[in-house]
Design a protein around this ligand. Structure first.
Ligand SMILES: N[C@@H](CCC(=O)N[C@@H](CS)C(=O)NCC(=O)O)C(=O)O
Length: 337
């Protein structure tokens, strides 16, 4: 048993990692259990959020669903474990969850010192600020002396400190554990500003009693590439999660949607053929219809984006950086061949 102490962006987490016991075999475990245990947030509209019937949805949830569709042939076979920012990495390390899909930023520190691997980026984000309209602030450079609501165990904490130091400004951090608490803190006036990844500000704004009273400032102060995470030392599982996400992005690029996937099965395009049939699944330890099941049951990346955070959603976020590389964005998946 090896004890590792991790300095995590201001907060310190310590946990024991049982070397070997939870390192490998996640793919077999998931097949044997017949379900995938996916770590998600405690509630973030558009990304991972449960409705009143405890049905989870969101762009991050769709990554869990895609992996379940690929491995088990059924996107519905997911057990969701809500986790705060502070809890998430320990839950992954201890084996409590099979994967984490919870607006988690890929950083050097996390990638190198937590025993985890990032399996890709399903949303390119950046940190922003939300203020109450009646504060009359138009730019983050006017925030000197502000009380700032922030969540513990996030990348947000260090970015905030860096930005204010760089600008020679002071602030008072008001720290919460969950997004619900941050929203309440913001609404009750505990802070002047709420800071988080910009997508999450849009998500949290719709949780406010009066969303029209809050504005998101134009500044984006950091890079926050968000993606699914697995334990280090389990390459077969790493591949499955990685290629489930890549399948969604490749499907969009190839024009394969949940609506046309059945007719696309007879497409002459070799790329489409390799996504929907052939031996790509076998090389992952999956059935040959793994890609078909993802697209049929979850949709391609663009469909998932629009439904959860885009035009078809309450958040109404544009594709921006998350457009395909061929359309001026950063979403690019290695080819299936
Ligand atoms: N991307 C950042 C921030 C992630 C984060 O936890 N953001 C909060 C602020 S909105 C959140 O998602 N909370 C959801 C929850 O409390 O479960 C990170 O990886 O540290």
């Amino acid at each position: 048993m090896k004890k590792i102490t991790i300095g995590l962006l201001g907060a310190t987490a310590a946990f024991s990692m049982m070397m070997g016991s939870v390192q490998a075999g996640t793919l077999d475990d998931v097949k044997r259990k017949g379900s995938l245990t996916c770590g998600v947030s405690t509630g973030l509209p558009g990304f991972s959020n449960a409705n009143s019937k405890n049905v989870w949805s969101g762009l991050d949830v769709d990554v869990c669903r895609a992996v379940a569709a690929a491995v088990l042939g059924d996107a519905g076979k997911v057990k969701y474990t809500p986790l705060t920012a502070k809890e998430r990495f320990t839950a992954l390390q201890s084996g409590e969850i099979d994967m984490l899909s919870r607006n988690t930023t890929w950083t050097h520190t996390r990638d190198t010192s937590l025993g985890i691997n990032f399996a890709g980026v399903n949303y390119y984000d950046g940190q922003g600020f939300m203020v109450s309209k009646n504060l009359g602030v138009k730019s983050a450079t006017e925030l000197d002396g502000a009380a700032v609501c922030i969540q513990a165990g996030t990348t947000t904490e260090l970015n905030l400190a860096d930005y204010f130091r760089l600008k020679g400004m002071k602030y008072k951090a008001v720290v919460f554990d969950t997004s619900d608490q941050s929203v309440k803190g913001f609404e009750s006036g505990r802070c002047d500003v709420l800071t988080s990844d910009q997508s999450q500000l849009y998500a949290l704004r719709i949780k406010l009693a009066n969303p029209g009273n809050a504005v998101v400032l134009p500044e984006v102060i950091s890079k926050e590439p968000l993606g699914p995470v697995v334990r280090q030392g389990d390459d077969a599982w790493f591949n499955v999660v990685k290629w489930s996400l890549f399948a969604m992005v490749n499907a969009e690029e190839l024009g394969v949607t949940s609506g046309n996937v059945d007719s696309m099965k007879s497409s002459a395009n070799p790329g489409v053929k390799r996504l929907l049939s052939g031996d790509a699944g076998k090389k992952l330890g999956l059935n040959s219809d793994w890609g078909y099941n993802i697209v049929k049951q979850v949709g391609n990346y663009g469909e998932a984006f629009e439904r959860n955070v885009g035009k078809g959603s309450a958040l109404k976020i544009g594709r921006g950086l998350n457009a395909l590389w061929s359309k001026g964005g950063l979403q690019y998946a290695p080819p299936i061949r």
